[in-house]
Design a protein around this ligand. Sequence first.
Ligand code: FES
Length: 159
Amino acid sequence: MLLTIYLSLLFLALYLLGLVVRRLVFLRDKRRVERESRSGERVIARVDEMRPGSVKKFWLICQKYRIDGFLINYQGDFHAYVNRCRHMTTPLDFVRYQFFTEDGQQLICMTHGALYDPRSGLCVDGPCKGLSLYQLPVHVDRGEVFVGCPSGELSVLAD
Ligand code: FES
């Protein structure tokens, strides 16, 4: 009986410690994003470091959520999406750092092979056909690419 109580207290203490650590990491990340942001948008890349076909992963703090995203240069235009497949909540590059199909014409989810249009994020083939990736606002200013938070309720994007 006493052992059960001790173990319960130990697990409770570990759980609370985990919450504190998670909160501290979140606050550290939030300060970092604030340092790297202008007008509420984070600088993700310089234009000259992202050739057509390239991808850069990043994260943002939006409201109270950390959002993992990826920025692509598709045929000279920049687009950013939340790195979450619309079929299941796995990142598109689940194991490998790969977002584009081999011909570079579509985005692909490595888990079950869903294909997305790089310009719109629309799933054009696979188990999520008809749904779209969550798009993030992008703009280019003085050679830098900025990505901002989406508007509206973001709890659907939380971990
Ligand atoms: S999780 Fe992406 S296609 Fe199934």
